[in-house]
Design a protein around this ligand. Structure first.
Ligand SMILES: [Zn+2]
Length: 278
């Protein structure tokens, strides 16, 4: 009898563990991603510097990385900023790899860990210094994949939250737009250097609302509808189309009706602010 009781109790324990796992799986937010802070800060700093006109000797001007006109004309989930982050990543890896094996092996390990990918046993400073070509190409493939999975979305997340950066980035995009001629891109432009207005997709409107927490980014009025159901909200171009702004997702912010009217076709120049935690 006691054996039956123990077996029964064991079974109950197993069921409880299984239920816990199923429950945890169902409640876990499937979009939640790891934020590998140190790598993200390093790459974000490189992208930031590049947009400010530094590092052009190594990377070339940002405007040359903005060659996908379809992304200037319409919002793509893989935005222009994703393209620039990839350029920085690719060049950074290529330059850094084998001259600084010690640093590089540590960074490659961190990157694989961030992407939840296994770390191969041959990934050692010694092996990298010996320059085994098989290991080099195998490592390059894995690191590219890890960079794509773990670093690009996290760097994008960080920079997409920084309005000072976005305005500077869009100023660079505007330099590129000013070079475009309507005769060459009639579907994308209304006139030379001015992109055609487009209907914004729901995913982008939701993302801007989520990022800006339902607040007008100029006067900080709550336009979520929770405070005032009649509140009018606009998704505004940070650099207006008339000033060679683009329809890339990185060129939008939330404004209330009043601020949208008073801003008109001016470039957004308010300094971003924050509310301290205490
Ligand atoms: Zn406002």
């Amino acid at each position: 009898m006691r054996t039956v009781f123990l077996a029964f109790r064991g079974l109950l324990g197993l069921l409880a563990v299984a239920a816990h796992l199923i429950f945890m799986n169902n409640t876990k937010n499937s979009l939640r991603r790891p934020m590998p802070s140190q790598l993200v800060y390093n790459y974000a700093e490189s992208v930031y510097g590049l947009v400010q006109g530094k590092f052009e000797d190594s990377y070339g001007p940002v405007t040359e990385m903005l060659d996908d006109i379809s992304k200037i004309a319409r919002p793509h989930k893989e935005s222009l900023l994703h393209d620039v982050i990839r350029c920085v990543g690719g060049l950074y890896n290529e330059n850094a790899v084998y001259d600084y094996a010690h640093h590089w092996v540590d960074e490659a390990r961190d990157m694989l860990r961030a992407a939840d990918m296994p770390i191969p046993r041959w990934l050692t400073v010694n092996a990298m210094e010996k320059s085994d070509p098989d290991h080099r190409s195998a490592l390059a493939k894995r690191v590219d994949k890890a960079f794509e999975l773990a670093i690009v979305p996290a760097v994008f997340f960080m920079l997409f939250s920084d309005k000072t950066f976005l305005r500077d980035f869009q100023d660079r995009v505007a330099e590129r737009v000013r070079e475009l001629r309507r005769s060459e891109h009639p579907a994308a432009l209304v006139r030379d250097g001015v992109v055609r207005r487009c209907v914004l997709p729901t995913w982008l409107i939701r993302a801007i609302f989520y990022r800006d927490r339902g607040l007008c980014q100029k006067c900080f009025k709550n336009v979520s509808g929770l405070d005032d159901p009649s509140a009018v909200r606009h998704v505004d171009h940070i650099v207006p189309l008339a000033l060679s702004g683009s329809n890339d997702p990185t060129n939008f912010q939330l404004l209330c009706g009043r601020c949208n009217v008073t801003k008109g076709a001016r470039r957004s120049d308010a300094m971003p602010t924050f509310t301290p935690y205490w």
